[in-house]
Design a protein around this ligand. Structure first.
Ligand code: ZN
Length: 287
């Protein structure tokens, strides 16, 4: 997928030079063959849903309550129903003192995060080499897991739109948490970092925000792919809002610094973790 995306990005960059359209990094152009023809090892949205459902009824190491949160789209894709699977996982007879919420797949093209979600749940169920560690964690922690936070657009990726990052409205869900610190240059239809008309305008972020408010987790982890980092942001603290890391080094040095200082790194564009900073929860992480 990385090579395909790279070729598409190069093609888009060249077309920008030719057509002098340097302002928008689009994610909805160019389509390829269906995912199952090119990278059959990735599970589809439907396969992930099915396997997580099977695990929920056969989990040995924990109790899993799997439900679906639904909301109707009222934006560009008005009428489209968005349904997010939610798994609440704890050890039988134990109500962990610590609540952890984990969200995977906010960005549609980051297919491997769905695999990570499935593998993590399998581990909590007592499978694999970290089963003993998972059992230990479950003595103190209960989990709320959203394994696929952008399912409608993910299906577009599965159909061959491999660079699709946004949701069905063309909104970057990780820039749609709240209305502060918006980057005006991205307020453009088609921009892959378009934050949407206002904070929580999208059904996916509305569902996730409501979950945060109802669950009030101590730990929030947003799982992404494509960069080697584990970062926690400065949030909306006005004293720190200018403290962005440079990103004009191609990423390599930035990521290296982030790995060396994983607990004190600002995220350079405001995302879900900045909004969550306001909740003063113990840990807010993206990686
Ligand atoms: Zn992402």
């Amino acid at each position: 997928m990385a090579a395909t995306c790279f070729r598409l990005i190069v093609a888009i960059a060249i077309s920008r030079i030719i057509f002098s359209d340097a302002s928008v990094q689009r994610d909805d152009e160019n389509t390829g063959r269906p995912l199952k023809e090119t990278m059959p090892w990735f599970r589809t949205t439907d396969e992930l849903h099915q396997e997580l459902g099977d695990l929920s009824s056969s989990c040995n190491g924990a109790v899993i309550e799997m439900s679906t949160e639904s909301k109707l789209n009222t934006g560009s894709a008005a009428g489209q129903s968005v349904e997010l699977d939610v798994l609440r996982i704890r050890k039988s007879g134990v109500h962990g003192k610590v609540k952890a919420m984990m969200v995977f797949g906010e960005h549609a093209r980051e297919l491997i995060t769905g695999e990570s979600a499935l593998d993590f749940v399998r581990t909590l169920c007592g499978n694999g080499k970290y089963a003993a560690k998972a059992a230990e964690v479950l003595d103190n922690v209960q989990f709320t897991i959203v394994p696929n936070a952008n399912p409608v657009a993910r299906k577009l990726v599965e159909q061959g739109q491999y660079c699709k990052r946004t949701n069905e409205d063309g909104v970057d869900l990780n820039r749609n948490w709240g209305s502060e610190h918006r980057e005006p240059e991205h307020w453009v239809d088609g921009d892959e970092m378009n934050p949407g008309p206002e904070g929580f305008s999208e059904p996916e972020t509305t569902i996730l925000g409501n979950l945060v408010e109802s669950e009030r987790p101590d730990i929030y982890l947003s799982v992404h792919s494509g960069a080697y980092l584990l970062g926690t942001p400065f949030g909306f603290d006005p004293k720190k809002k200018g403290a962005k890391l440079p990103i004009d080094d191609g990423g390599a040095q930035t990521h290296q610094r982030q790995l060396l200082q994983p607990w004190s790194v600002p995220v350079w564009e405001p995302g879900s973790n900045d909004w969550l900073q306001e909740w003063r929860m113990r840990y807010r992480l993206g990686g």
